[in-house]
Design a protein around this ligand. Sequence first.
Ligand code: AMP
Length: 563
Amino acid sequence: MTHIGIDLGTTNSLISVFEEAGPRLLPNRLGKFLTPSVVGYDGKQLYVGETALARKVANPDQVVTAFKRTMGTEKDYKIGGKRFDSVELSSAVLATLKEDAETALGAPVDDVVISVPAYFNEMQRSCVATAARTAGLNPVRLINEPTAAALAYGLQDLDAESCFLVFDLGGGTFDVSVLEVFEGVMEVKATSGDAFLGGEDFSDVLAKHLFSLLQKDQQTDANRVPVAKIAEEVKRTLTERPAAEVKIDRPGLSLAAHVTRDEFEDLSASLLKRLRRPLERVLHDARLAPSDLEKVVLVGGATRMPVIRSMLAKTLRHFPDAHIDPDHAVALGAAVQAGLVGKNEALSDVVMTDVTAHSLGVETARQIGGRHFDGYFLPIIERNTVIPVSREEVISALHPGQTAIEVNVYQGEAPDVKSNVKLGSVTVNLPRSKSGEVEPASVRFTYDVSGLLDVDVTTLSDEKTTSLLIKNLAGHMSDKDIEATRKKLSKLKTHPAEEEVNILLRARIEQCFSMARLDQRAEFSELLTQFDAVLANQDRSEIERFRTDIAPLLDQFEASYVL
Ligand code: AMP
């Protein structure tokens, strides 16, 4: 059976397969490796990937992006008159990737390894697994993105005992992990990060800067300028060159700006500081100094920025390794893991261990001056503990004669439970106390790589154990719910894959129409009508000729619009 790897990213998603020669990326229906993690719905049809992204400018309220950020929350999005949550939207992306992988391989695909940010809690992981099942896939393993990157770099094959750091800055998330390899065993020693920090924030600071320049100009209506698009372009230019020029000069719309790398670094100072904090924390948790690191590996499109590389070189005194395209590393690593799961013989066996990304514990009460205060978090398994792990704490009833205690299980780092995530609860009956003392009970947490948390509460005087298996986390759906979601999504019509290029071209013409000045719009409107007429004739070569003919015109317009 073919095992494939999927990198389900905030900005882009990728598919890969493990073959004899090693891991390989698979192209999507448009022949590209990156499929934007974007979904659109116009009330009739569902759009996924580049087509959905191209429709965003003309139909902003029909398109959702960056929904991975709200995975595991109650948030839903209304597009085209229907509501979708992040599980359903991810499922739509995964279903498209499955179809593309099947076309590329010419074989059915079921078993997949999907990467998730190391910082995702159990609820978010469970949501990703549910999205995969809803898309008709079998998620045989979820792998932490930094671990996947390490596998892509072949770090599992290092001979001597060595530690390395994986720095992953994507579009919207930041993960940093310290891993150790010792005698073919790869261990994640510590992870940290920020679920709300990524390359987009760097574009935002540039956008704010450009917007403030625009506001000084009385002639231009700042709100009419696509500042976000220009900022993204400036950011990418600054990766290639030490300075970027912006020059737009049209009636009622003028912008001239010169931004240097040094200025960009100054503008990003607070973001760079936010990146440094988890870096320091992860080294502290792993009990390592920067000089103990063998290698620093870069993952995620935003690590292309020289400001990031120089910050890392200064902070860690290491020149980071980025010889694998930072957008491809996680997907390639997921394929390596898929190969391992499939026991592919081309790989030497690696024992993988993992750590808990968050602390797991229970709610306790405290007694101060004869009064009870509840809602405190008592961690039983600390974050960054290597799993599988089993730990025990003794808790006790609040007052003598109490007949039951309720054990509430939480995950998080806050000292008060209300700021953490509740995973479940179990009520334990207490034996009738003979001595009149408060009854003690031990709480044992056992946690393994499959993500199941076993909670055993044993009353100490009669040694009776009550158990709770936490797998029914919020976000985890029953088979019935999965089937219902699958039905909801399958009812929504998607276009056949071979029509994708035409739908994308139509969306691009629409996008040009909405970006164009009023006097230019007639030309794009005319093009749309012509294209619809050509499509209606259903003559493949005529359609292809039309596409080839108008592509340069669209390219030219899009390029002139930005810089
Ligand atoms: P990912 O989620 O890994 O695909 O990361 C996408 C992020 O990388 C986005 O914020 C992009 O703006 C950013 N990115 C991609 N290419 C470049 C580049 N050449 N220079 C700067 N940022 C980039």
